[in-house]
Ligand binder design. Structure first.
Ligand code: HEM
Length: 216
């Protein structure tokens, strides 16, 4: 057991935890984005999707607890790595010098991560900790047809895209999937993942802002 604790508290162990939890969170985002595309088919499709999810009962509660644990692990390990890098300038250089060089995504990782955390808290207040006796369309519509919220959500999705663009790339690096011959392909896969996730969410925000009848 002590080898496990030791591995998890080492820099390499923490990188693996970030890669694994990041991969799972990326999976959640893809599923969440895909499920939310039911908005494109109108009020009835979106309400049916949410009702189907809620009908899963305790399975959903378990999934939420697992998701919360993964989020917490990712955030706590990320903050710990950030502080570790701040404290040791030499190792900071070693950790930051990735095979793909420095990008906007990699430079801003801790800050975009904290911004996403703030967004998620707001998002849960908007859509999760509300009276679920009313149809989900009536919960989402007033929020996303408000231009101020749309701006907030749109900006958050852009920040999410920046974070995820480096996140996917970083997962490959941490798992040792890194070769000069394939690095541009890996960079390309990271961008496709990022554009897919952020793109779907941004499309939903724009749709609800400009087409007020979509969920009517
Ligand atoms: C246009 C963008 C989005 C829309 C319309 C949307 C919609 C929703 C809705 C309706 C719920 C409540 C589900 C329910 O309880 O019935 C929800 C929950 C949630 N959303 Fe989003 N979401 C969006 C973007 C995001 C993003 C970008 C993230 C993460 C960065 C996210 C993370 C979550 C989480 C963690 C929950 C709680 C999951 C649960 O406990 O069941 N959402 N979202």
């Amino acid at each position: 057991m002590s080898w496990f604790v030791q591995t998890c508290s080492s820099s390499v162990g923490k990188k693996y935890i970030m890669a694994l939890t990041g991969f799972m969170l990326g999976g959640f985002l893809l599923v969440h984005a895909a499920g939310n595309t039911s908005i494109f088919w109108g009020r009835h499709a979106f309400n049916s999707y949410a009702e189907h999810l809620h009908s899963l009962g305790f399975l959903i509660t378990i999934a939420e607890l697992v998701l919360l644990t993964i989020f917490l692990l990712h955030i706590i390990t990320g903050i710990s790595l950030f502080l570790q890098n701040l404290g040791a300038r030499d190792s900071r250089y070693a950790v930051q010098k990735s095979a793909g060089g420095r990008t906007w995504g990699s430079r801003t990782m801790p800050y975009t991560g904290l911004a996403i955390l703030a967004f998620i808290l707001m998002h849960l207040i908007n859509f999760h900790f509300v009276d679920h006796h009313q149809p989900i369309a009536d919960i989402v519509k007033p929020v996303l047809s408000n231009p101020l919220y749309s701006l907030f959500y749109g900006t958050a999705m852009f920040v999410l895209g920046l974070h995820v663009s480096h996140g996917f790339w970083s997962i490959f690096q941490s798992l040792g999937i890194n070769h000069p011959k394939y690095n541009s392909l890996l960079r390309c896969i990271s961008w496709i993942g990022c554009i897919l996730i952020a793109g779907i969410f941004i499309a939903i925000v724009l749709l609800l802002l400009f087409s007020s009848s979509q969920l009517a």
